[in-house]
Design a protein around this ligand. Sequence first.
Ligand SMILES: [Zn+2]
Length: 244
Amino acid sequence: MEKSNFQLSFDNCKLIIDVVRKDIKNIHLAVYPPTGRVRIAAPLKVNDDAIRLFAISKLGWIKRNQRKFEGQERIAPREYKQRESHYFQGRRYLLNIIETDKTQKVILKNKKFIELHIKPDTPTAKRHEILTEWYRAQLKKQIPAIIEKWEKVLKVKVADWQVKQMKTKWGSCNIEKKRIWLNLELAKKPEHCLEYIIVHEMVHLLERHHNERFLYHMDTYLPNWRQLKTELNKLPVSHADWGY
Ligand SMILES: [Zn+2]
């Protein structure tokens, strides 16, 4: 499989398309949540110009599908102001800003508030940083028990795991190093969604590719994984095939 990357520019906006060439008959186009990433899988014999023309001819469809994710997936950038909504483990909380001269910290209150204790006039970027580090610490507390549970079930060993801010993926797995990376955003999602991603990445230790065998493992060990995937991505994956 050969991977490359296309950049198409239209009216000052850049569209980046991941292109993979495979031994397939037809060209496939898909837009993936949560960010609207575009991927084209093309037969080996189709050249770059033909792929470019194909992408241009489907531009309307691509934009329409990307907008779907924007509307439903993205919330406006947070300003870290009083009573602003923030999600934690799948539940909505209201931010309660408490000004302090002492240690800056984050505390959950009454299953309703995230208290952000900060120095007066803390800039937005710093508020973001404090809350982000809190999310990271909380997620890191959740992960070990889930990995341990699934190591026993799947009979695999995870050598190392890390939490990272990722733009296009919920998780990834380095099979050789038996290392799993998990998206920091998962701290905001229900724990069963976090568990689904961990299981998915750990199943890669049994099977590298998303093939029949991989699906068989997922269906066996986590039969409702499709539901969890849909819940996590809010929308089903948009996908369309065209004969070329
Ligand atoms: Zn995977």
